[in-house]
Design a protein around this ligand. Structure first.
Ligand code: FUB
Length: 315
């Protein structure tokens, strides 16, 4: 998830930290990292990368400096969400009104599997970024297929006018829908529709949207999520509803460092034009599609506002 960060960091953190803990950021198999800054700390909310039936909880990680990380285990657990049983995926987090809202996918929703429980995108809430989070709605926020999009890989975007949007979708389709202010549902668009397709060319999953210098940057992952060619591309528009013009791929495997680099989020260091991309990748020689680890790199824009290709590092 991209955060245009409202939190205030101490003066010492107002510039890009000179280094990070190196890659991977912390031990363990994790994917789909959502990065945020809360309470003067960097936070990462990843998917626990394991077989679907074992993905029954989410952990979080916090750091004051991107070097030292503290693990917060089981911030959300399927035991606290009656409709969620497995495949808890790709958290997205928003702080609003003193609460923390964690949007998550569960059950790998698939209408062609009628014997499996329905699922989709849910919302959990807590008073603290470390949780414990509890189910907010008692049912999925999105539990249907709209415009062909599987209800997974949610991202929450706050526009400059204070409106919140849910952007999500697997199966190569991406939707945007305006969230109600209390995140209990959606506000229809002017034409009466709730879900608008904004699928850019090449899109597979893992969408993300942020604004920089008046332009909307749409980023996503493409390729197969367990394979070496998983990667990140982006498009640009003057509107959050597109149309988005594909600009190209900016993150991909480096056969000398790691493969399958994708499903990322972005951090803008508050008060600066300094950015990080936080993503997962497979270690070299990996034989298990679930062996995904969370990494971080600097992300730079050129003078025209184009995102420069990101270099995979180990330090
Ligand atoms: O981690 C589970 C799934 O794998 C995510 O929802 C996809 O984006 C892919 O990263």
């Amino acid at each position: 998830l991209t955060l245009l960060l409202a939190a205030t960091l101490p003066a010492s953190a107002q510039t890009l930290p000179p280094r990070t803990s190196g890659n991977p950021l912390f031990p363990g198999w994790y994917a789909d990292p959502e990065a945020a800054i809360f309470s003067k700390q960097y936070w990462i909310y990843p998917t626990y990368s394991a077989p679907f039936d074992q993905q029954v909880y989410l952990d979080a990680f916090s750091s004051p400096d991107l070097i030292t990380w503290t693990k917060h285990p089981h911030i959300l657990d399927t035991a606290r969400v009656k409709w969620a049983h497995r495949a808890m995926w790709a958290p997205a987090i928003v702080a609003k009104g003193g609460k923390y809202y964690l949007f998550f996918g569960a059950n790998d929703y698939h209408p062609e599997k009628p014997n499996e429980p329905a699922g989709g995108i849910g919302v959990a809430v807590a008073d603290n970024p470390a949780g414990p989070f509890k189910d907010y709605l008692g049912k999925p926020l999105v539990g249907t297929i709209e415009n062909g999009a599987q209800p997974i890989d949610q991202f929450v975007f706050k526009d400059g006018d204070g409106k919140y949007y849910l952007i999500y979708g697997g199966w190569q389709h991406c939707n945007i829908a305006r969230l109600k202010d209390d995140f209990t549902g959606f506000v229809p668009m002017a034409d009466g529709t709730v879900f608008k397709s904004i699928t850019p060319q090449g899109y597979v999953e893992g969408p993300l949207l942020f604004r920089r210098q008046g332009k909307y940057y749409f980023m996503w992952s493409e390729g197969g999520w367990t394979g070496p060619d998983y990667s990140v591309a982006y498009a640009v528009s003057d509107s959050p509803f597109g149309p988005f013009k594909r600009m190209g791929k900016i993150l991909a495997q480096d056969p000398k460092v790691g493969t399958g680099a994708g499903h990322h989020s972005v951090i803008q260091v508050p008060g600066t034009d300094k950015w990080y991309i936080v993503y997962h990748r497979h270690p070299l020689g990996d034989q298990d599609g679930n062996h995904r680890v969370v990494c971080i790199e600097e992300m730079h824009f050129d003078a025209k506002g184009l995102i420069e290709p990101v270099k995979l590092t180990t330090t």
